[in-house]
Design a protein around this ligand. Sequence first.
Ligand SMILES: *Cc1c(COP(=O)(O)O)cnc(C)c1O
Length: 399
Amino acid sequence: MTTQNLRVEHGTETSDVSSAPLLDVGRGNRPLKDEIMEAVSDIIDSGWFIGGPHVKLLEETVAEVSQTEFAIGCASGSDALLLALMAIGIEPGDEVICPSFTFFATASAIHRLGGTPVFIDIEPDTFNLDVSKIESLITSRTKAIIPVHLFGQCADMDPINSIAEAHGLKVVEDCAQAIGATYAGRSAGSLGSVGCFSFYPTKNLGGFGDGGMLTTNDPEIADKLRLLANHGMRPRYYHSEVGINSRLDAIQAAALNAKMKHIGDYSSKRAVNAARYEQLMVDAGLADQLLIPQANTDCGHVWNQFTIRIPGGNRDQVRQQLAEMNVGSEVYYPVPLHQQECFASLKENNVDLVETDRAAEEVLSLPIFPELTAAEQAYAVNCLAKILDVVEMPLKRAG
Ligand SMILES: *Cc1c(COP(=O)(O)O)cnc(C)c1O
């Protein structure tokens, strides 16, 4: 396979685009640089580096987007998960049901508190947890469920909440990839007891470092989260609980506030890119060879990732050839959590994760960031079509 330029028709123009990066955070950040630099300059002058008005503003806007009464800043999405589980009282010996097909932090938070992650299989089309499998995993030790809104689409929260209620379980949403996502008109972060968000730079609202946020409608949980995130200290130097140090920096909040104004725009651009991929792939005759991701009817998908499935065991080869043609891609996630070395001791609990294992072998995430151009997408799909050796169709509707 050579790295030649493919001439790509999009709309009436013809472009000589010959690459498509998986992510270029600079394209989103550059237009906001002056605004952010000004806010950072104010913060330096003020000397207020942790918490403060910038953090408060971000908490207010995240609460608004998430349709919750409370939002509490913390140091990362991973800490948000840990704090949420601390606040709902997860203790040694407790079991928490969560997917294995997710980022490590979903399950490590459970493990850190002495709890046991009980891994649940996923649906092959949405990659979210398979609701029909929940009840068979519930034991007398089960305390909570962590649905992950993977790739930007909410898990099927109504049945999850009904089952949780029937068994007295708490629901902690892992919203790290899903800020602004909706389910039946309600926002991610408002659908369980606590919502956990990440501002890691690759997320839909990405900071200039680590950051996280917790959302809830429960005033007691909100209060407890604030306490736990600040050493369990109230008033200063008096500790009623053993909390942790997990706070949001003013500088991160200032950068995030500048980007937060555009969150609706970012999400809709991602959705436009997703729709364009689908059209390009169908036009290129790829629909028979790939599984093209779809948004569920009742879900506002925010497309943190556009993840196709390439069945037949040649995913890694396709990825390699895309890289040779300067098309970025990534495998989220190559090793499901139940196969991780550090969770080897949990192995006998986790025998029936067929869809999880299959997804890990077939998934490939393509560039989808808001500023990705139509020409880059057309190039990426054209490369995919060449690699998969289908007859190339004219790309009619790329623009
Ligand atoms: C990114 C991510 C996290 C962790 O967030 P950090 O801010 O990187 O700690 C947790 N869960 C999921 C599903 C994620 O994608």
